[in-house]
Design a protein around this ligand. Structure first.
Ligand code: CP
Ligand code: NVA
Length: 320
């Protein structure tokens, strides 16, 4: 499906490829429904009876695969996992033909790809909703769930200050876009040469201007974490960049989240990570395994937020 505005359920989009597509009100709808789904999952146990979702993954996954599979099952639907680690999308047959076949059998495509364009092509050619389960550029389901987790921690009134330390990658990009839409503050610190994508920074800043949010970038991790309510980090080498792990480990070592860096944030600052994590690299065990860490709550909320997303994209009306 294309990204043209069409009311399906209560969302203003047909696909979920990027947070850019959502209006702040859409995020509000997703969060309101996610709260209800989380509180009373049994009320939604037959909501997607007869619906099928194809999960196409070119990269490994624990959280995203399990939360989408469990999400579909607990909504009464079904999912089919298609391992596309080999061949990658487009190698055996054109992406257009994959989209045109799948739309005949299933109601939704959830895809994790290397190239972001593989996702946009799927969305362009499929007449069913396409959900981004991570691409080299973006990880919108993650960021959407993470900001839901922060909202649970701080309430919907407070606008927590988030600091992101590490690689200017897919997770960082989607966090910038989500925080901007929500009118909140995100300070990012990366090493020189690993800054977030300029176009996304520009877009996030333009959105932030209209929502009262603030997106900034610096090279000094201590400076960005000062006064932060939560400090977020991600792996230094994302999936597909493993060949550069050694070089990156040297460049990124001043950006490791240590107890000392958390102290610089403040005594109550929370620690966040999308996982998988490498203890001793981007974060020390002392921090990720401490009481400050909310990483498993983030992981749990992937389930509830994605269930809300599936309901809003797949049901004619959310009926609640
Ligand atoms: N955070 C996340 O997307 O985890 P997986 O790669 O295990 O799906
Ligand atoms: N930036 C990481 C996120 C994993 C969930 C990656 O792309 O590998």
């Amino acid at each position: 499906m294309t990204t043209s505005v069409m009311e399906r359920g209560r969302l203003s989009v047909e696909d979920f490829i990027s947070i850019s597509q959502l209006r702040p009100e859409d995020i509000g709808q997703i969060y309101a429904l996610a709260e209800r789904v989380k509180a009373s999952p049994q009320d939604y146990s037959r909501a997607l009876v007869g619906k099928q979702t194809a999960l196409i993954f070119e990269k490994p996954s624990l959280r995203t695969r399990v939360t989408f599979e469990v999400g579909m099952t607990t909504l009464g639907g079904h999912s089919i996992f298609l391992d596309h680690t080999k061949p990658r999308l487009g190698e055996r047959e054109p992406i257009k033909d994959i989209a045109k076949n799948l739309e005949r059998w299933v109601d939704c495509i959830v895809a994790r790809t290397f190239q972001h364009e593989a996702l946009t092509q799927l969305a362009e050619h499929a007449s069913i909703p396409v959900i981004n389960a991570l691409s080299d550029l973006l990880h919108p389901c993650q960021a959407l769930s993470d900001m839901f987790t922060l909202r649970e921690k701080f309430g919907s009134k407070k606008k927590p200050l988030l600091a992101y330390v590490g690689d200017g990658n897919n997770v960082c990009h989607s966090l910038m876009l989500t925080v901007a839409k929500l009118g909140q503050v995100l300070r990012v610190a990366t090493p020189p040469g690993f800054e977030p994508n300029e176009e996304i920074v520009r877009e996030a800043r333009a959105v932030a201007k209209t929502t009262g949010g603030e997106i900034s970038h610096d090279y000094d991790p201590r400076k960005v974490v000062r006064g932060a309510d939560a400090v977020y980090t991600d792996v230094w080498a994302s999936m597909g960049q493993e060949y550069a792990s050694h070089m990156r480990a040297q460049v990124f070592s001043p950006y490791r989240v240590t107890e000392d860096l958390m102290q610089a944030a403040g005594p109550d600052a929370l620690f966040m990570h999308c996982l998988p994590a490498h203890r001793g690299q981007e974060v020390v065990g002392e921090v990720i395994d401490s009481d400050r860490s909310i990483v498993y709550e983030q992981a749990e909320n992937r389930l509830h937020v994605q269930k809300a997303l599936l309901l809003l994209l797949l049901r004619e009306s959310d009926g609640s």
